[in-house]
Design a protein around this ligand. Sequence first.
Ligand SMILES: Cc1cc2nc3c(=O)[nH]c(=O)nc-3n(C[C@H](O)[C@H](O)[C@H](O)COP(=O)(O)O)c2cc1C
Length: 198
Amino acid sequence: MSDSSLAPWRSLLAGALHRNRSLVYARYFQLATIAPDGSPTNRTVVFRGFLDPGDRVQIITDARSEKIPQLAADPRAEVCWYFPKTREQFRLTGTIEVVTATTTDAALQKARRQIWHNVSDGARSSFAWPEPGADRADAAAFEVAPLDKTTPLDSFVLLVLSVDRVDRLQLRGEPQARQIFTRGSDEKSGWDTREVNP
Ligand SMILES: Cc1cc2nc3c(=O)[nH]c(=O)nc-3n(C[C@H](O)[C@H](O)[C@H](O)COP(=O)(O)O)c2cc1C
């Protein structure tokens, strides 16, 4: 996919990532999902890049975590991402596809394997830890030898966020600036862009 077919918000987000690259924590964002009883849930996760080709956002997580049954019941999610250096916030709203060991889509399975291969030994080992959220296990249960880089554990899940709406707020400037991007009718990009009041 050529650059010109990327969503218009994507280059702005790439710019923010670049200008905030010295801040490790600028690659963390909050991911909100909806619990089966309708209550909001929210947690910090790490940005694992865009699924190539395109604009879908990759996150990794444990198959045994609470967000997995939540997403099975309701795939809607929102990311809230603040970039301290450039003082801008991106809210990415959309739906999440859960890529597990049994996912048959070859491209998604390839992406899952690739990220498993690329993460640190420590991050890989955490997927062999005792069940997240269960009563605290003995320390010995967390001692995991480095795992094989080629075959992800079944507990390793890739989340792929397809974005339908982006709300970008720039605090820098007087007055502040805010744009809303929605999937729409624009023939070239497929996105509508609207400047709104902050
Ligand atoms: C800086 C930071 C980064 C984190 N990165 C991830 C991540 O990439 N994936 C993940 O599943 N949890 C990550 N966590 C842990 C989550 O915030 C959360 O505790 C965990 O996913 C369980 O959430 P759940 O019970 O709502 O599923 C991170 C936490 C922090 C503080």
